[in-house]
Design a protein around this ligand. Structure first.
Ligand code: UDP
Length: 244
């Protein structure tokens, strides 16, 4: 009989980074696909059953990106970045709504004060929510322009003492070259921070990545559309690419 797979989480507290694009439905062109949100709710429930504490950092690229806005229509970069951060709030509220409807307890914490719709980000309060079994959704990135939500994920993961960042994307891991362009591109199953940096593998933007490297924060990159991927990553089972 095959050995029973462990259900003890390897990572007890995680930051799950969800890009805005992962929420988009490319076929219908809906910015936020409720089916994706519901699937995520199912996955997060299974994590709670094995006792993993989950904080989400959500991107906004499905709605607005500061730099792209600046390039496309001349929006001032800081204004564009503020718009991008507000886009993450929209995504975060959509997530909160679906997760709560699925029976999860959720708190949204914003890096930009907006008392009427989200709690302010306070590190001790965030960890308290996690200890009590609540899902915490961090929105508005870092609250600063010229940053990304990957950087926000790296920052928050370190602040709350997370054991890993799980980066859910549209691609199933980190490749030696762009798998969309090169059919012979090879996926890494495991790569060190140093190698990923020296080979410019583009796991995250450079600032976010160096924060993870400096603090030895493992990053697991995997596809959002693979069912059960988040749980596998948390249990330390092979999925996507592990950067550690
Ligand atoms: N942003 C920002 N500061 C932050 C995080 C995000 O200014 O700390 C802005 C930036 O304009 C970015 C946009 O918000 O382009 C959306 O975030 P991101 O591009 O990281 O989202 P994702 O690619 O994950 O969907």
């Amino acid at each position: 009989m095959p050995a029973k797979a462990s259900t003890k989480p390897k990572f007890q507290r995680i930051v799950l980074k969800i890009s805005g694009e992962a929420l988009r439905n490319d076929k219908t062109n809906e910015a936020i696909d409720p089916v994706v949100l519901d699937r995520l709710a199912v996955e997060l429930k299974t994590l709670q059953k094995i006792g993993t504490e989950v904080a989400l950092v959500v991107g906004g690229g499905n709605i607005f990106r500061g730099l792209a806005g600046a390039r496309a229509n001349g929006t001032d970069r800081t204004t564009g970045d503020n718009m991008g951060m507000l886009a993450t709030v929209i995504n975060g509220l959509a997530l909160m709504d679906r997760l709560e409807k699925a029976g999860l307890e959720v708190r949204v914490m914003s890096a930009i004060p907006m008392d009427r719709i989200a709690e302010p980000f306070i590190q001790r309060r965030a960890t308290r929510h996690l200890e009590r079994g609540r899902i915490v959704i961090f929105v508005a990135g870092t609250g600063n322009p010229y940053c990304t939500t990957d950087y926000a994920a790296a920052l928050r993961a370190n602040e709350i003492g997370a054991h890993a960042i799980l980066k859910a994307t549209k691609v199933d891991g980190v490749y030696d070259k762009d798998p969309m362009k090169y059919p012979d591109a090879k996926r890494y199953t495991r790569v060190s921070h140093a190698e990923a940096l020296s080979k410019r593998l583009g796991v995250m933007d450079a600032e976010a990545f160096s924060l993870c490297e400096a603090n030895k924060m493992p990053i697991i990159v995997f596809s959002m559309s693979t069912a059960g991927a988040i749980k596998k990553a948390v249990l330390g089972q092979p999925i996507g690419t592990v950067v550690a």
